[in-house]
Design a protein. Sequence first.
Length: 221
Amino acid sequence: MSLPYPSAPAQSESRSVLAIPAFRKLWRAMAFSSFGDWLGLLASTALAQQLAGGDYAKANFAIAGVFIVRLLPAVILGPFAGVIADRFDRRKLMVVCDILRFGLYLSIPIVGNYFWLYTASILVEIVTLFWSPAKEASVPNLVPKSKLESANQVSLLAAYGTAPLAAIVFSTLALFMGAINAALGNTTQASAADVALFERNKFSSLCADSLAIERNTNRVK
């Protein structure tokens, strides 16, 4: 017996819901943010391995630590974050959260040690716990009820469909980082993890910009 799974929205349904300007701007912000989050996760694990200095056992524990600290805030604060997020203006909260994540990701390669890698990762996840409920609660206010299912489906596409793209970008950076350093004449070698963390911030900025444009949170009739 096979388990049920959500089907992808029909192309016409996707176009229909994305034709709503307010939702399209939110969807674009979600896509930018999700792509940046996947890129940030890959970069964080790569940096954890890099900081191990070639010690295989230490690298394994370090990478596991990245995943543990990313899951820990949801276990502790998950039930309360949504309640707190509902007390604030959703659009402003999402913009502020993306700015905070921008600063945290930017600081990781600058500080460059395990303590701050884990501390910043925890703080990023705490901020994301407030961003996500605000995003989820915004969708029903931007699309009519008849299109809510399609809106949720294309939102999932933005959240998880960007993961392979992030993997391709990070793999490309890792593959060509040596040539890029040589071409730029860098005396301090930048790693793919460093560049990816900086690139992730561009998508936080794009996400914040997209959200800042949209002020209409009234329900579509």
